[in-house]
Write a protein that binds this ligand. Sequence first.
Ligand code: ADP
Ligand code: ZN
Length: 613
Amino acid sequence: MTKEEILRQYFGYSQFRQGQELLIDSILAGKDTLGIMPTGAGKSICYQVPALIFQGITLVISPLISLMKDQVGALNAAGIHAAYLNSSLTQGQYFKALDFARQGRYPIIYVAPERLLTDSFLDFALNAKIAMVAVDEAHCVSQWGQDFRPSYLKIVEFIDRLRERPVISAFTATATSQVREDIIRILKLQEPTVLTTGFDRANLYFAVKSPKDRYASLVNDLERHRGESGIVYCLTRKTVEEVCGKLIKDGFAATRYHAGLTDEERRCNQDDFIYDRSPIMVATNAFGMGIDKSNVRFVIHYNMPKNMESYYQEAGRAGRDGEPAECILIYGGQDVVTNQLFIEHDQDNEALDPETRALVQEQDRERLKKMTFYCFTNDCLRNYILRYFGEYGSNYCGNCSNCLSQFETVDVTEIARALVGCAADCGQRYGINVIVDTVHGANTAKIRGYRMDENPHYGELSKVPSYRLRQVFNYLLMEGYLQVTNDGYTIVKLTGQSGGILSGETKIQMKLPKEQEPSAKVRKIKKTAKGAGAAGDLGEREQSLFERLRSLRAQIAREEKVPPYIVFSDKTLVDMCLKKPVSREEMLEVSGVGKFKYEKYGERFLLCIGGEG
Ligand code: ADP
Ligand code: ZN
C-alpha cells in the first residue's frame, strides 16, 4: 500500500497535514528524522504510516503508560495490530505479548524506556528485525527540558547493541534550540532531516484575565461552556481541592487530580474525565501528559504556571480535534510568589551539586519572568507565544483577548520617571511593592520603617491609581528599563537604559486597554461564546443530529469499554452532520472514517443519520 492509501484506509483521512508528508518521506528514505510539531499537529501518524510500510518492526519509545495504552487502543480500533510493553502488564501478559511479537504479529510495539535493556526484551529485540526506533516526547532526553527522564539515556545504548542500525525518528513539541540540539546529540541522529512546523494553533483562542474574584470569573467561563469538556489547572493541591469542592457544590460535574491522591483514585477520576462522566477536570500539572482527549474545549489556568513551556503544553491540550477552543489564564500577583517558592524548594534539584543547582534556579527564574510578562503584555498573545518559541507571528491574530480589546496609546513618561527615580534615590535596595507604595504615597508602617516617606518621590503620584503604577512598572521591566534581582528577595535595580528616563531623553508610550462600557463587555463574551465548541457552527437541525450521534457514540464506547473519542472524534461527528452520508461510499468520505472503522460502526451511524438510530 502507498502512504496515501494507508492514511485513507486505516485513519480515514484524505490528505496529509503540513509537514507530515515530508517527515514520512524522509523516514521512508531511510534517513534519521526529527519532527518538532505542536501538540495536536499529528506527530503519531508520521511514524505510524512508515511503520506499516516497512518490512520489520517499529519500536515506539514513549514515557508514559497512559499514553501508550491510549495510542495502542486507537491503533487497534483502526484495525492495526499493536501492543505495549510496560510495567502495567503482569509477568504472564508481558511474556505472551513478547511471544506474539516474536511471531511477527505486531508491526508497531510501544516500549517503556526502562524495559529496553532488560534481558527479556533484549533477547527478543536482538533476534528480531527492527526497522525503526521512533522516540516520542524526545525532549525527555534533555536535561534542559523540564521533563528530563534519565531512562531516556538508555535508548542510544539499546540502539548500539542492535546488529543492524534501524532508522531513528524522534518527535517533540518542545522547540527551544537547546533542546533540539540535545536530542540530535544524545540520540546520535545521523544527518537527520529536521522539520519544525508552525507552532501556531489557529483554533485556540488565548486570553489573560486578572479579575478581583477568581472563582467568580472561573464560574462565568464554565457557564459559557456548559456541557462541554475542559481542564482547570491550579498551582497547588490545596487549590485543586478547594476549587473542585466549590464547583461540585455549585452544580458542576467536576473531578480532581493531583499527586496527593491514591493511584486508584487518580485513575478513577481520570477515567471519569476521559469518558465524559465528569467533563470538568480540576488538576495540578501532574495531570495531562499522555491525555489524548481530542474534545477538550477549554483549558483554564486558575493560577499562572511556572513557565511558557508548561503553559503552552497545558493550554495545548485544548482543541486537539482542530475545532475552536479557549485557553484562559487567570492571573493573580500571589502566583509569582508561589512559583518563586517552588523554585527555591524544588526537590528534583536537591540531588544536584550547588553550582548546577544555582544555574538551574537562575534559568527557572528567567522562565518565570517571561511567563509573568505574558500576563502583562498588551500585544497579541499568540505573537508573544510564537516569539518565545522562536517563531515570528503577525502582530495581530484577531483571536486573543488583546487583539479583541481596544487599546489606546498613552504617554507614561512622567510615571516612568517617578518610579525609576524612586528606585535610584533609595539606593536600589527595595522591592516592587515598596517603590510603588512610595510613589503612591502610602502611609504604612513599612514605608515609614524604611524611611521611604523621606524619599523625594514620596507621594509624587498619589492621584494615579496603584494598578496603573504597577502596569507601568511591569512595562519598564519588560522593556529592560528596570530589572529585578531574584535571589530570595526581589530588589529593583537600574539598567543601562534607565539613564535616559531620568534625564528626560526617553519618552515612554504604552498601549493600555480602553476602559470599556460594561454592556459592551457582555456583548463580546456572548459573541465568543457562540463560536466556541466543536458543534458551534452547526445549525439547529444539525445540532440535534450531533447530539444523537454523540449518544450513539457514548453507547458504543460503553459496549466496547473504550473512551468515546477512540470510536470517533467530535470533528468526525461534526463532519457527519454536515455531509449527512447515506451510503457506504459517502460515509467513507467523512474525515476520520477509515475502512476498518466503517466495518465496525458505519452502519449504526448511517441508521442514526437516516433517523432510525
Ligand atoms: P500529536 O501527537 O502531534 O499531539 P496526534 O498524533 O495525537 O497529535 O494527532 C492529533 C489529532 O489529529 C488526532 O486526532 C489525529 O487523528 C488527527 N490527525 C492527524 N493527522 C491528520 C490528517 N492528516 N488529517 C486529519 N486529521 C489528522
Ligand atoms: Zn492576538
